[in-house]
Design a protein around this ligand. Structure first.
Ligand code: GLC
Ligand code: CA
Length: 545
């Protein structure tokens, strides 16, 4: 496998609105991010993925862009953006921009022109269809944010298509002018010195509406190859696609270097295991056996072709420690266990802001405290369909995107040091105990655990390139595996339960002499015979050949 700089990179995702507010308006901003670059450098990450900071009416917190080459006033200015790139690059940190090109905002000048008249030169930048004879929409495709995907435009008497909110009209990727305009915009950003792109819901751009195909459409891969050729292909950038519909076979199409598409994709098979029938508003408990199977499958399938991205959470998902660990009694142990499990896998790890502190889901008691458009839309849709208020509030507590979006917890002062005024979204009350200041002062904190994991990856090629083999594959509560590369061998053992677990590692050779690398309890000096793992115990050791 040809080495790439992003193979041993560790990415940190920033949700700018919730990271750090420098000018006391309750909203995080670019100068706030700049002021925390040394913190990120200390953590050890070398790439930042910024959720969108472009000009936007913020219907979906910036995933609705009205000018791709301007910065939203609440986040700062283009000068601030250039300063961020400069200050980050000086610290050898690259900045990956979020590329949202499945749709724009309805306030983008392209859409304003498109809807002004059928003869607008931008009309075909979007997807328009006539109504059926009875006035109903062309078909029954639904929006991912609830309700139908078609919105009637009374001025020009046609429907336009939107897979997200009606304020996020989908671009028409069949139109070569759309392709050209997006490529030009991407090249402009590349010239500014960015480190790459995270491509928002990119598996939707090859859609064929009339056949009701939205994800993984027939033109998807040729569009990406074309984009690659026209923009980042020869620039050595990190590109990661958000692809909810990817299987390992599909992920190889995107990330096989021979095909010249993307560096890697985010796949969601391990995430949706806790969604009943693919519905996030019907959360179900995690079955570790299935979780292990999915993670193992992805490690094995992408071994020689393609590349994995590794993540437990992001700005759309609940907090990892709340979902897969224990956010009460064993919060610290389980957060470290999850970090160890992920960071020893093969692929590029992504840390979502606050994960390195073990930040948790938030419990809002009133619907008014939620801000997220998806959350509010679905509360309405589902309660109107008969789901009770209590059941829906419980589902929101589990899976609302606002769990990830509460302000970053910097210290134990009012508003968690995020801002000096009331933030746009309520701070999680546990900031008094869970915050950066506390973490930096405690040498045993989750933060330093992440710091060590990142250092290990930088210094041990076996973590980056080693062959993966599952160990104790049928164990119900323990996820263990080996990584092997040239003369190096690492064994990683993780108890995913709050109960002690017994296991025998006899299938692993070389247990006689082990070197402790990292763990969340005192190191074990002997791994022979039957072991009893403590609640959420996790460790990685180096083995002799
Ligand atoms: C992606 C983003 C999400 C956004 C949606 C529409 O899934 O991660 O936050 O709402 O796309 O752009
Ligand atoms: Ca601000």
């Amino acid at each position: 496998m040809q080495k790439q700089w992003w193979h041993d990179a560790v990415v940190y995702q920033i949700y700018p609105r919730s990271f750090c507010d420098s000018n006391h308006d309750g909203i995080g901003d670019l100068p706030g991010i700049i002021s925390k670059l040394d913190y990120l450098k200390n953590l050890g990450v070398n790439v930042l993925w910024l959720s969108p900071v472009y000009q936007s009416p913020m219907d979906d917190n910036g995933y609705d862009i009205s000018d791709y080459q301007a910065i939203a006033a609440e986040f700062g200015t283009m000068e601030d953006m250039k300063c961020l790139l400069d200050q980050a690059n000086r610290r050898n940190i690259k900045v990956v921009m979020d590329l949202v090109v499945n749709h724009t905002s309805d306030e983008h000048p392209w859409f304003i022109s498109a809807k002004s008249s059928k003869s607008s030169p931008y009309r075909d930048f979007y997807i328009w269809r006539d109504a059926n004879a009875d006035g109903s929409p062309p078909n029954d495709l639904g929006s991912i944010f609830g309700g139908g995907a078609w919105e009637w435009d009374a001025t020009t008497e046609q429907y336009y298509f939107h897979l997200f909110s009606k304020r996020q009209p989908d671009l028409n990727w069949e139109n070569p002018n759309v392709q050209q305009a997006v490529h030009d915009m991407m090249n402009w950003w590349i010239e500014q010195g960015i480190g790459g792109f995270r491509l928002d819901v990119i598996d939707l751009i090859g859609k064929e509406i009339d056949k009701k195909i939205t994800g993984n459409g027939p033109r998807l891969h040729s569009l990406l190859q074309q984009m690659n050729r026209a923009t980042f292909g020869d620039k050595d950038l990190l590109t990661v696609g958000e692809t909810w519909g990817a299987t390992p076979e599909i992920a190889k199409l995107y990330s096989d270097p021979e095909r010249n598409e993307l560096s890697m994709v985010f796949q969601f098979e391990h995430i949706t295991l806790t969604w009943k029938d693919g519905d996030k508003w019907q959360p179900i408990p995690l079955k570790l056996s299935e979780f292990k199977q999915v993670l193992t499958k992805w490690q094995v399938e992408l071994e020689n072709q393609g590349w994995n991205s590794l993540f437990w959470n992001n700005h759309d998902l609940p907090r990892a420690v709340s979902k897969y660990g224990d956010d009460a009694k064993y919060r610290v142990e389980s957060a470290k266990m999850l970090a160890t499990t992920l960071h020893f896998l093969k692929g590029t790890p992504y840390i979502y802001q606050g994960e390195e502190l073990g930040m948790t889901n938030v419990e809002f008691h009133s619907l008014d405290e939620y801000q997220d458009i998806e959350t509010l839309n679905f509360y309405k849709v589902r309660t109107e369909a008969g789901v009770s208020h209590e059941e829906m509030m419980a589902a929101l507590h589990e899976n609302s995107r606002d769990n990830a979006r509460t302000p970053m917890q910097w210290n134990d002062q009012e508003y968690a040091g995020f801002s000096t005024v009331k933030p746009w979204l309520k701070v999680n009350p546990n900031y008094v105990d869970i915050n950066v200041e506390q973490a930096l002062a405690d040498s045993d904190s989750i933060f330093y655990h992440y710091q060590t994991l990142i250092q290990l990856r930088k210094t041990m090629p076996v973590i980056v390139y080693g062959h993966f083999t599952p160990v104790c594959e049928s164990h119900e509560a323990v996820f263990a595996y080996l990584r092997e590369h040239e003369d190096d061998r690492i064994l990683v053992v993780n108890n995913f339960s709050k109960e002690p677990q017994t296991l025998s590692l006899s299938e692993v050779a070389g247990l006689g002499s082990v070197e402790h690398l990292i763990g969340n309890y005192p190191p074990r000096d002997n791994l022979n015979g039957e072991l009893t793992l403590l609640p959420f115990e996790s460790f990685a050791v180096k083995l002799q050949r």
